[in-house]
Structures are given as structure tokens and as C-alpha cells.
Design a protein around this ligand. Structure first.
Ligand SMILES: C[S@@+](CC[C@H](N)C(=O)[O-])C[C@H]1O[C@@H](n2cnc3c(N)ncnc32)[C@H](O)[C@@H]1O
Length: 437
């Protein structure tokens, strides 16, 4: 590294901070602050400045820490201890949103934790800027206040109760089952099917997947409503961000020229309803597992009910062939990243008997960037998702070349048309044409 890198970083930080400050001042917007939870959500038009600042300040810190301290920070597995305690004892809901805060003694009595233990948990969390302490009292920061949102709290519960213990055994699982593509040979699967109660399950191959591998955490959670609710919150927290907005789907250019769509693994029909609302000429069939589809669609607005229908279909059942023939488009949104190549190929192949020449298959998924193509903090978020897919499903987030290989492996008659990454969308759209009779 040249000596001037420090000065380059300092210039980026100085110029970007000034641009940010001027924008906020000119538009009379609040300045991001930790104290008492002032919002730090920046508008879209500031994202380039935000990217520059977050990456440059991180790089500067990373350069200045001695490698040993740097590694200690990276390997701080116990960051999740106070965070798990905070959500389990609902500390965010017990700290006043206004005023000068709450004493540790008051908070201890509200949570049932001892004052000494609560103080230890919170003082660690405070070093991560989750809560702050002023004059001996606990007050909110932006991050602790965000945890009042039940969905974000559910996400942190799933993260600390389910994903954390599972993550600790991922390397054991890949060592035990090298190269496996089986969803039941992941620690995530074993964990989710083990008796709830912590990470004391045995790492063993104790399962034969029922009905053509359709068993998944979606099914397993159905037997445990509280875990299911936290997981549903996690999915809600992920899927309601602007990056996951269905506008990125409905604004795709293909819809104007087609009439019939099958939303494969379409869950409770949110994407289908959005498509049918924005494009009044479209008819959409939603398919998902029977347990997901049961009872769905009763309360659809009358103007949509004739154009959105629901059917159960297990895309991995024995000899599963797509039952809706000759649709114009088959949509797979956020499906294949849950499955290894072996099963993703099977899911794509199961469409073939239904496809007419020229039919389109749309795969809406993360398209992993090449290293360095995105701001590092955003790339890291995506690589986090990739690790989650490995943990839970033995699957992966794929880059464009991997998507193209997968599609070709499913059938050379699947012709790659284009990949589009709508501005501001977490998911890209890969368009494939069925090029056979
Ligand atoms: C990550 S969700 C995506 C849902 C929806 N497409 C969306 O974009 O929000 C994956 C969906 O696949 C469904 N699924 C899982 N295994 C399935 C199977 N074997 N057959 C049909 N659907 C399945 C799940 O029930 C779930 O609704």
C-alpha cells in the first residue's frame, strides 16, 4: 500500500461528509445520531455518498488496527450473547423512548435479570452502540430503538436462537459430508429438525427426506408456532425492504406482452397479486406446498379474484411435472437459492413438459457480484446470505456465470435471454426462453 492511501481515504471521508452534511442541511433533514435513536436511514439519492463513507471509514479503521486486534474483532463470536439477551428479555420495549432513560435497577426488575448481569450484557452491547448510558441511566440508540419493531426483533431471535448454533457446526457438516448437495446433510436441517433446546444435537445423518425432498424448515417450523412466528418475522424483515419491493418485479418489461403467468413457489401470493394489480390483463396461478396454500386467497379483492388462483404443487415430488401447461411465463422468485444445483436442475426440468416454444422462465434471485464490484459493505451483506444458504440448505447464492451453467445443465433448450438488475433491487431477473417444440 502506498503512503498516500491514508491521504486518499481522508480526502474521500472529508469530501463525502461535506456532501452529506450539505444535503441534510439544505433539505432540513436530521443528522444521523446514536443518542436517543435519531434515524440514520439515508434517502436513496445519498447512497453513493453513504457507500463511499462507510467503505472508506471501515478501510481506515481496518488499516489502523494491529492484525491481532483486527482478528479479535472479527472473531468476536460472543457479540450475539448480549443481543440474544436483549431480545429474549425484551429490553428495547422496557427502555423509555423519551426522557432521560431508566436505571439498571429499574430495568433489572422489569426484565427479571439480576442487575449485575443486566449491566454486563448492556455494557457490552453499548460498545456496539446498541443502547447508550448517560449519567448511569440506559437510553436508546438508533439500533436499540429499531428493535422495538417486532419483525426486526423476530429476525434477531431467529438469528441468535437458530442460526447462531447452526452456524457453529457448518464446518463440521462440510467436513463430514464433503461436496454434498443434500439439504438433509447440513447442520441447519439437522438443527431445525432436532428437538428445540439448543445446539446439543448430534451431527448425524439421521434423515431420509420425505416425499421427494419437499421437507424443509418451512414444514418443520409448522410444528412450533413460536419459532415459526420468529422465522416469519425474519422473512418479513427481509422481504419488506425497498430492495425487495415487488415494484422491481412488476416494472419488468416482459409483462406487457404476455397474458398467463405461473408463480412457482409463490407462497401466499403477494407477487401474484402485485402483478395482477399493476397489469390488469394478466392471469396468475400461484403454486406452493399444500400447507402454505391451504386457506390462502379467501380474502382477495373481487377485481383480482378472477385473475389470481392458487393450487398446491410440490415441485420436487416424485415425477413432479408442471401441471399448468402452455403459460407464457413461469416465475421462480427467490426459490432456487434455497436449493443446490442438483435440486435446482430438477426444479427447472420439472417445468419442461408444460413449456410451449417461446415460453419464458424468469428467475428472480440475487446475482452475486464479482469481488470488488460493489461497495464492500454491501458485498459483505450478500456473502452473509450465501453463508446462510450453506448453513440451512446446502445451497448457495450464485453469480451470473453459475446461473448460466445451471440453466444450461438443466436443458440446452433453455436459452439464456438476458439478466437485468433493476436499480435499487436486491434481486436480479434472469430471463430464459424455451427454445424447443
Ligand atoms: C424464499 S420463499 C419465496 C416465496 C416467494 N416466491 C417470494 O418471492 O417471496 C420459498 C418458497 O418456496 C416454497 N417451497 C419450498 N419447497 C417447495 C416445494 N417442494 N414445492 C413448492 N414450493 C416449495 C416455500 O413454501 C416458500 O413459499
Amino acid at each position: 500500500m502506498s503512503h498516500s492511501r491514508l491521504l486518499e481515504l481522508s480526502a474521500i471521508i472529508s469530501e463525502s461528509t461535506k456532501a452529506l452534511h450539505d444535503h441534510l442541511a439544505k433539505n432540513d433533514l436530521p443528522v444521523p445520531a446514536f443518542a436517543n435513536g435519531t434515524t440514520s436511514v439515508l434517502a436513496n439519492e445519498l447512497s453513493a455518498v453513504q457507500d463511499a463513507l462507510v467503505d472508506a471509514t471501515n478501510e481506515l479503521q481496518d488499516l489502523l488496527l494491529p492484525p491481532r486486534n483486527f482478528l479479535f474483532r472479527l472473531g468476536a463470536h460472543n457479540n450475539l450473547i448480549p443481543l440474544q439477551a436483549i431480545v429474549r428479555y425484551d429490553v428495547p420495549g422496557k427502555v423509555p423512548l423519551q426522557g432521560d432513560g431508566i436505571t439498571y435497577a429499574e430495568l433489572a426488575s422489569a426484565t427479571g435479570l439480576s442487575e449485575q448481569l443486566l449491566r454486563r450484557f448492556l455494557r457490552y452491547a453499548i460498545t456496539m452502540r446498541v443502547f447508550a448510558e448517560t449519567k448511569g441511566k440506559v437510553v436508546h440508540t438508533a439500533a436499540s430503538r429499531a428493535l422495538i419493531d417486532p419483525h426486526l426483533r423476530g429476525w434477531l431471535k431467529t438469528g441468535s436462537n437458530e442460526m447462531w448454533p447452526a452456524a457453529s457446526r457448518v464446518v463440521d457438516a462440510v467436513t463430514k459430508w464433503p461436496g454434498s448437495q443434500e439439504p438433509n446433510e447440513t447442520v441447519g436441517f439437522l438443527f431445525h429438525t432436532a428437538q428445540y433446546g439448543g445446539a446439543d444435537f448430534e451431527l448425524q445423518q439421521g434423515f431420509t427426506l420425505a416425499s421427494g425432498n419437499s421437507q424443509s424448515i418451512y414444514n418443520v417450523f409448522e410444528t412450533d408456532p413460536s419459532r415459526a412466528a420468529d422465522f416469519a418475522s425474519t422473512m418479513h424483515a427481509f422481504s419488506t425492504t425497498p430492495e425487495m419491493s415487488l415494484d422491481h418485479l412488476t416494472s419488468y418489461d416482459l409483462w406487457k406482452t404476455c397474458k398467463s403467468v405461473v408463480d412457482v413457489g409463490g407462497s401466499t401470493g403477494k407477487a401474484a397479486l402485485a402483478l395482477a394489480t399493476v397489469h390488469p390483463h394478466l392471469h396468475v396461478t400461484v403454486q406452493d406446498l399444500p400447507t402454505v396454500i391451504a386457506g390462502v386467497g379467501q380474502d382477495i379483492a373481487p377485481e383480482l379474484s378472477s385473475r389470481v388462483s392458487f393450487m398446491s404443487h410440490d415441485f420436487l415430488a416424485e415425477n413432479a411435472a408442471q401441471p399448468v401447461k402452455n403459460a407464457d411465463v413461469y416465475l421462480l422468485r427467490w426459490i432456487l437459492h434455497n436449493w443446490s444445483d442438483k435440486y435446482s436442475i430438477r426444479i427447472l426440468q420439472s417445468l419442461r413438459p408444460a413449456l410451449k416454444k417461446g415460453a419464458r422462465v424468469l428467475i428472480m434471485e440475487v446475482i452475486m457480484p464479482e469481488p470488488g464490484a460493489l461497495p464492500l459493505w454491501k458485498e459483505k451483506d450478500l456473502r452473509t446470505m450465501d453463508m446462510d444458504m450453506l448453513t440451512l440448505f446446502n445451497s448457495e447464492e450464485r453469480g451470473l456465470i453459475e446461473w448460466q451453467k445451471l440453466i444450461h445443465a438443466a436443458d440446452p433448450h433453455f436459452r439464456f435471454v438476458k439478466a437485468t438488475e433493476p436499480v435499487g433491487s436486491a434481486l436480479g431477473i434472469i430471463e430464459i426462453e424455451w427454445d424447443s417444440i
